[in-house]
Structures are given as C-alpha cells and as structure tokens.
Design a protein around this ligand. Structure first.
Ligand code: F6P
Length: 343
C-alpha cells in the first residue's frame, strides 16, 4: 500500500482534527502518502481532495471542528454512488481509507470496502451511541461543555429561585443527557429511551423537593424526547406520542407547562451546537491520537472493514458489519440511580 485517504463525515466532534493529525503522521512514518478528502463522501464523489503533508497537520492537535470539513450525504446509500466513490478512489490512487464519524459514516465505509476500497472507521461523534465502542472522540469534550454550561445556568437559577430546563443534543440517544445530567447533578433527566409521566416524574418530584427546602432546580432533557421516531436519524423515542398529546412537544412548551403546574418560575435553554465546538479535552486529544495510530496500523497490515474501538479501556478494533448490526441497550439502572441520588 502506497497511498491512503482520510475523511471526516456526519456531525463534527472535538478531537477529529487530532485524529487526522495522528493518521497523517503515522502514515508518513510508514512512508505512505495521505490524501485528505474534503466534506466526507460528498467530497469523494466530487473528487474534492488534496494531499496532506506532516507539516500541514502539525498544529491540529487541539483545533476544534475538522479541517477536512464534513457533510451529511444520504446519496451514499445508493450502490451506484458507492461504486462511483470506489472508482474515484482508484483514480486518485487511494488503496485504503480512514473514515472518522458515526454509525452512518461507518455504513458508507462498509459499503466502500465491499466495493473494493479497504476502509477502517474511527468513531468520532459527541453522541457516544456507537455500540461496539465504550468511547467516541468528542463525547468527553461535549460532556465538559455541558457540565460547564449547566454550572453557569445553576448560578442564575439559584439566584432567582428558578428552574432551568436544559435541552441537550444526542441524535437518537439519551447518553449525553444521562451522563451530562448525572455529572451536573440534574434534579430530573428525561431521555427518549425511558417513558416518563409529566405529573408523577416531573411535577410531583419538583414539588416534593420544594417541600424539602430546595429553591432552585435543573431539568435536563435529551433533544430527541421531542423528535419523531420516523426521522431515521432519531431512532427510538418512546415519549413522542405522549409529549405531543400533552402539548409539550418542544422544550419551550414543556417549560411553560412546567411553570404553570409546579408554581416554579422557569426558563428553557437549548445548548445546541455549542456542544460540538471548541478545543478537545485532554481525554479526547489522547483518544483521537491513539485511535488514529491504530487505524493506520490496521490498513498498513492489510486489515479492513474494522472500526477502531475502546474495549475494557483499551484501544482495539471490531468488525464493522457486526458493529453496525448490534443494538446498544440504554442503561436504565444509571437513570434510576440518578433520580434516587438527587432526591
Ligand atoms: O450526531 C451529532 C449531532 O450533534 C447530534 O447530537 C445532533 O442531533 C445532530 O448531530 C445535529 O445535526 P446537525 O448539525 O446536522 O443539525
């Protein structure tokens, strides 16, 4: 193998650049040429790419976003488009590809591998919803942003004896809400995977806490509690019908109803894309570097259709097909632990 390609695909996440840097540097150590594809699979179709030198990636270790840019490109589900992608790789001399992204990006990597271009995936997503790995590049950085934002919101809530209702990201999964909510000591955490009752699990809980002398409150809601299951990006929301029937189908309506029924003055905050920005944490810089190095070792040893993963705290790799077919059960016990802890 003489030349590999690298792309970032789907939603960006802090640490993607550190992974690009590690891939390029490790590839250079093996004497490989690296072609950076801009804007993921869309860029591959458009042959939007350039060679990456070691010097060009030197400063990327803590840069947020991804210098290769990214795109969500649904057309890559079409076998003809995949075949064109493989053809373009051949034209560019690309004999192996590193794809940094989430499970949608790994589907593309699997298909491109089947079309003749050996691919290796690196999990880069703030959602931490990839089944075969314990960690993903960007999750820790995003969690740190969430805990920092919630601390700030706590200050103003406490000052004014208010409740702050915070919507966090997480595509089709409640992991960000769960872990961010636990870390920031949220009074209530609502996720798409576990049904809730507005009266019993929200209003009654806050009233009981108020009766116990608590004056300000934090509620964390995963954005996908308000999303339909039919939207392919948002896989499972057991609360969709319920929030619609109750007229609390977005965080503003939820907060207004909460204020009216609890008697606690309340404000809603949507953290939004701030959760994906900024420099990666120490943890994500190290994770991205280790994963980037491992990805190149796989390709250089003629292994493909693998995802670099963390298993039992160690970097290893996993079959991409198997990884994509697995389902990640939501950790209900941790949610229950959080609600008991916060009473
Ligand atoms: O998958 C990462 C993510 O940030 C999700 O948490 C969120 O639902 C989605 O991307 C937002 O996508 P976009 O930036 O395309 O609006």
């Amino acid at each position: 193998m003489k030349t590999i390609g690298i792309m970032t695909s789907g939603g960006d996440s802090p640490g993607m650049n550190a992974a690009i840097r590690a891939v390029v540097k490790q590839a250079k150590a093996h004497g490989l040429q690296v072609i950076g594809i801009n804007k993921g699979y869309k860029g591959l179709l458009e042959m939007d790419c350039a060679e990456l030198s070691a010097a060009s990636v030197e400063d990327l270790y803590r840069k947020g976003g991804t210098v290769l840019k990214t795109a969500r490109f649904k057309d890559f589900k079409d076998p003809e488009v995949v075949a064109q992608g493989a053809e373009n790789c051949k034209k560019l001399g690309i004999e192996g590809m590193v794809v940094i992204g989430g499970d949608g990006s790994f589907r593309g990597a699997r298909d491109l591998t089947h079309a003749g271009i050996p691919c290796v995936g690196i999990p880069g997503t703030i959602d931490n919803d990839i089944v075969c790995t314990e960690d993903t590049i960007g999750f820790d950085s995003s969690m740190n942003i969430i805990i920092d934002c919630i601390s700030k919101l706590r200050d103003t809530s406490e000052t004014l004896d208010r409740c702050t209702v915070i919507e966090v990201m997480g595509a089709g999964a409640g992991w960000m809400a769960l872990e961010g909510g636990i870390a920031a000591g949220a009074d209530i955490i609502l996720v798409p995977e576990v049904e809730f009752d507005f009266q019993k699990d929200v209003i009654d809980v806050i009233k009981a806490k108020k009766a116990n002398g608590q004056n300000y409150f934090v509620i964390v809601i995963a954005e996908c509690v308000f999303f339909p299951e039919s939207n392919s990006k948002h896989k499972k929301n057991v609360n969709f019908k319920y929030v619609n029937e109750l007229g609390i189908e977005n965080v503003d309506k939820f907060t207004k109803k909460f204020q009216a029924e609890s008697g606690v003055e309340s404000r809603a905050t949507v953290l939004g894309h701030i959760q994906r920005g900024g420099a990666p944490t120490f943890h994500d810089c190290v994770l991205a570097t280790n994963m980037g190095v491992h990805a190149v070792e796989l390709l250089n040893n003629n292994k493909s259709a693998r995802v670099v993963v963390v298993k039992d705290g160690k970097i290893t790799d996993f079959d991409i097909d198997e990884g994509l077919s697995m389902k990640k059960p939501f950790d209900k016990a941790r949610l229950e632990m959080a609600s008991k802890l916060n009473f």
